[in-house]
Design a binder for this molecule. Structure first.
Ligand code: WT7
Length: 668
């Protein structure tokens, strides 16, 4: 793959101006539309188009009907309290426990033997974990936490691979009212440390190691270097995944399995207010410091269950549902853990890489468990396209009935391949737009109702109100602008953990205090369909993962010998966007090996996912006379575009030197 290449089917847009972007036209290149297949529509959970008007005329009534399907310890009387925007309260006088909704109520309803997860390890290990077993693990680990003095309101970090124990650890927190703070296993120990320190976590759950392509990659031992910088973490629970026997500090570190085996089997659930915190999940913002996105209990579960049942047309008795995201992202929280379990679904969970041992792995899994519903990201779809149709064609995929996409705009070519090769032209595709902050899906087709257009996430979910605004806040009825959400919804974030000011400033100040500015540019077409273009802030979306340019810049600059760095995102055929960094070495530190050294350094600071695709070492960066770096020019260089006006630069010659440096390096 060439860097900066601009192929016609590269649907991944750059961030930048919301209007007049050529990528929009690329996204629109197919005129084909796809009405719901009649057989699908006839059996769909949402089959009456009235649902949209009904929800729009009284969103509170619509959401409370969904909330009432949950099991409440004390039913709610109040629905929405929006008297202090942007701080919404939903169902605030109700009391419930999320783990009871996900587990006990199914077991009590006689479904204890239903499989919650068909788990597959990266090798040939397989485990069918029933609701009974998951409830048992959850209660026991809940008791373990309590016996170590962890309780309601305490923060517990979770840094684990994709294991049933990961789900049990999450639900054990929910059971005792502790606030889980999951960190994606691909992040570095350094990132874990920051997230634990910011949230003052009291305990951390991790594993000895994680399996990647047959190798055990240490997790616990890798954390050892940063343990000293997490003074609030009093206990570390270590899941034995690979049998590597990591170092254990007496009195601080405990074996997850041993503790669970010795724990009491029943654990009284904590009675939680609907507005009590359920979890925080850190996500990158436009500054160097990640934001702890806070979600509460009742509203979040309401959004998760409603969207999971309607968007994925869930039939819990017959479906085998597979969300192939990692639990460490919001997609995993909402659509592997809370939505599917609260709805009593049977899911697949796979630990390993999609091409291990061969690119046929996913398709063999689908055949083995007769998966009906697959939810994944455009970047995965494009990788499978590249590896070749022969892999999916080698498996029987006829059990599939519905496909989903999330994380970034899906380019029509990938959409059409997904539809034809994976979906056998019979499965509707739901392209779902949402965010860590929205908690659940916001813009999406309902698969039995909505005619889809490849590349468009289509229309807001019932009860959700979205608009496109121009710079002045005037609504655009057809055309491109800034995407906003204009009415509160139950699963909306309640804030940035312990930083109300940043919350208000980041999301609720662009227009007014009741308009949530999502940070994406989008276009609305003549049918009212939304086409998300991409981020408008300093956030790069690599393979559906959000990374802040500033975070990467500070990681690079933290390497000795680097004076300054600037990072931009460019379109990439495979990952949506790719990271390109320009770095200035202090004199005497330049060397050929520097690019690799810096790439490793970024992996160490943030995680492998943040490694730049290119690092161009330069003598200077294009700056205005006031010293501001002109990133627009860096993007032009990285994408091979004409530079236009450079006269405002302090030293216009810089860009030619940079361009030569960029073109001279072989892309990797
Ligand atoms: C950002 C949120 C929510 C799940 C995973 C990402 C982009 C997400 C789509 C989509 C176009 C999408 C947006 C959004 N995004 N889904 N279907 N079409 N763009 O969660 O890390 O919170 O990132 O991902 O830019 O703002 P996240």
């Amino acid at each position: 793959m060439e860097s900066g290449q601009d192929t016609p089917d590269n649907g991944a847009p750059t961030k930048g101006s919301a209007t007049g972007h050529s990528e929009i036209d690329v996204l629109l290149h197919t005129e084909q539309t796809f009405p719901p297949p009649p057989g699908f529509a006839a059996q769909a959970n949402a089959s009456d188009p009235e649902i949209y008007d009904q929800a729009a005329s009284d969103p509170e009534a619509f959401w409370s009907e969904w909330a009432r399907k949950l099991e409440w310890i004390e039913p709610f009387q109040q629905v929405l309290d929006w008297s202090n925007p942007p701080f919404a309260r939903w169902f605030a006088d109700g009391k419930l426990n999320a783990s009871v909704n996900c587990l006990d109520r199914h077991v009590e309803g006689g479904l204890g033997e239903r499989v919650a997860f068909h788990w597959e390890g990266e090798g040939d290990e397989k485990r069918a974990v029933t609701y009974d077993e998951l409830l048992d693990l959850t209660q026991r680990f809940g008791n373990v936490l309590r016996s170590h003095g962890i309780g309601k309101g305490d923060v517990v970090g979770i840094y684990l691979p994709m294991l049933p124990e990961t789900v049990a650890s999450i639900l054990a927190c929910a059971r005792i009212g502790a606030i889980h703070n999951v960190v994606f296993g691909g992040f570095s120990p350094e990132s874990v440390k920051d997230r634990m320190a910011f949230s003052e976590a009291k305990a951390l759950v991790t594993a000895d190691a994680t399996l990647r392509r047959g190798n055990a990659i240490p997790m616990k031992d890798a954390l050892e270097d940063v343990m000293g910088e997490m003074p609030t973490v009093e206990r570390v629970f270590v899941v034995d995944r690979c049998g590597t026997g990591p170092g254990m500090t007496e009195g601080r570190d405990f074996s997850w399995q041993d503790e669970v085996a010795g724990a009491e089997p029943t654990c009284e659930p904590e009675v939680m207010d609907a507005e009590d915190p359920l979890f925080i999940l850190y996500t990158s913002g436009s500054t160097g410091k990640p934001k702890g996105i806070l979600h509460t209990t009742g509203g979040y579960l309401t959004g998760a269950t409603a969207t999971h049942e309607l968007v994925f047309d869930l039939k819990p008795e017959s479906d085998v549902y597979w969300c192939a995201a990692d639990i460490g992202w919001i997609t995993g929280h909402t659509y592997i853990v809370y939505g599917p379990l609260a709805n009593g679904a049977t899911s697949v969970m796979y630990e390993g890489a999609p091409d291990y041992p061969t690119p046929a792995r996913w398709w063999e899994i689908i055949e083995r468990y007769e998966v009906t519903t697959l939810y994944t990201a455009p970047t995965a779809i494009r990788a499978f396209m590249k590896w070749g149709s022969e892999y999916p064609e080698g498996s029987d995929l006829s059990s599939l009935r519905l496909l989903g996409s999330v994380g970034e705009p899906i380019n029509p070519r990938a959409w059409l391949w997904y539809h034809r090769v994976i979906g056998g032209e019979r499965c509707p595709i739901v392209d779902t737009w949402w965010q860590t902050e929205t908690g659940s899906i916001m813009i999406t087709p309902l698969p039995g109702l909505t005619t889809t257009k490849p590349g468009s996430a289509t229309v807001p979910f019932p009860g959700v109100q979205a608009k496109i605004l121009d710079d002045e806040g005037v609504e655009i009825s057809e055309g491109a602008g800034y995407l906003v959400l204009t009415h509160p919804w139950p699963s909306m974030t309640r804030g940035i953990y312990r930083d109300d000011e940043r919350f208000v400033e980041t999301y609720w100040s662009r227009y007014d205090s009741q308009t949530y500015a999502v940070g994406d540019a989008a276009r609305i077409d003549e049918d009212g369909y939304f086409w998300v273009i991409g981020r408008i802030d300093d956030v790069i979306n690599v393979s559906g993962h959000r990374l802040s340019t500033m975070e990467i810049e500070s990681a690079i600059v933290s390497h000795e010998g680097i004076a300054e760095a600037a990072v931009v995102g460019i379109p990439d055929e495979m990952t949506g966007q790719a990271i390109v960094a320009f770095a200035i070495c202090e004199s005497g530190t330049e060397s050929d090996a520097m690019e690799d050294v810096l790439r490793d350094h970024v992996a160490e600071k943030i995680g492998k996912l943040a490694r730049p695709k290119r690092i161009v070492l330069a003598e200077d960066l294009p700056k205005t006379r006031s010293g501001k770096i002109m990133r627009r020019l860096l993007r032009d260089i990285a994408e091979g575009r004409d530079l236009g006006d450079v006269t405002t630069l302090r030293d216009p010659g810089v860009v030619d030197t940079l361009r030569r440096a960029f073109d001279g390096d072989a892309p990797r």
